[in-house]
Design a protein. Structure first.
Length: 283
């Protein structure tokens, strides 16, 4: 049974106004590189960033997927970014500060007739938290949804997004959970947000493993050092793959069964759904 190409585990942001950083990102081992035209690029540098993107060398075998984060809908830079995309050889577009499914549909329409996959960052404004179900069936171009705490914190006027104990405050935990549920409802990839302290590998590993266990299938990154831990966290182990394949094979052999015994344990249809997801993420 074929499950198609697995989704990117690691999505690495890199500012598009630095050719050196962009080339380093392409050699980082990330599954997907996001060339950023938004937050990491100062307004005066955005035209330079667009020019550097247009001059990127042709793809090499084994390179990461190439994505571009454009500026948000309604900004002066948004149209210039869309015009640039017409000439770029990329795999998709990252849309920041999306507030509802209509935003994704609008960008897809603006890109037509070219059909590029869209990765929407869906929790960066106050209004966005009320629109997570609107991505369901909004647009066939929607491929992934991720969440962000930094912009949301600024939008809410928060002095901190953490509790006194160092955990994410409830509002940001809620945003994260809504993103996960919204992405699953829309049948697109749920991608966990950034772990900001790129020097804290242990903290990154713990957060990435927790995200994978909850249902996220990838994670945003801001530094090449984060790629290997993220890829490891979102790669099913050989034991998990073998168990998942045993479940899928058992139900294939007995398609009318509701409950089966696999490896001495009872499994039912929800286990089959999860097994298929594990195989879809295997490499």
């Amino acid at each position: 049974m074929s499950f198609g190409s697995p989704p990117p585990r690691s999505w690495l942001f890199v500012p598009a106004d630095s050719n050196k950083k962009m080339m380093k990102a392409l050699e980082s081992g990330a599954d997907a590189v996001i060339f950023d035209l938004e937050d990491s690029v100062a307004p005066a540098q955005k035209p330079i960033a667009r020019e550097l993107l247009s001059l990127l060398p042709d793809r090499m075998d084994g390179e990461p997927e190439r994505w571009v984060r454009i500026n948000p809908i309604g900004t002066d830079e948004h149209r210039d970014d869309l015009d640039l995309l017409e000439s770029l050889d990329i795999d998709g577009v990252v849309l920041p500060k999306a507030e509802c499914g209509d935003d994704v549909a609008d960008v897809a329409a603006a890109l037509a007739p070219r059909s590029l996959p869209i990765h929407a960052i869906v929790t960066e404004t106050a209004a966005s938290l009320f629109g997570l179900l609107s991505y369901n069936d909004c647009c066939s171009s929607l491929a992934a949804m991720s969440w962000g705490a930094e912009d949301l914190s600024a939008a809410l006027g928060a002095s901190s997004k953490y509790t006194a104990g160092g955990d994410l405050a409830f509002t940001y935990q809620l945003a994260r959970s809504l993103c996960l549920a919204g992405a699953v409802a829309a049948e697109v990839q749920p991608v966990d947000g950034v772990f900001a302290d790129f020097r804290d590998e242990a903290g990154l590993v713990a957060e990435a493993r927790a995200a994978a266990s909850e249902g996220f299938t990838g994670k945003l990154a801001i530094h090449p050092a984060q790629i290997a831990p993220i890829n490891a966290a979102f790669t099913p182990s050989q034991a998990e793959i073998e168990h998942a394949r045993a479940i899928v094979d058992a139900f294939a052999a007995q398609p009318d069964a509701g409950v089966l015994s696999v490896d001495g344990k009872m499994v039912d249809r929800p286990h089959l759904v999860q097994a298929r997801r594990v195989l879809a993420r295997s490499r």
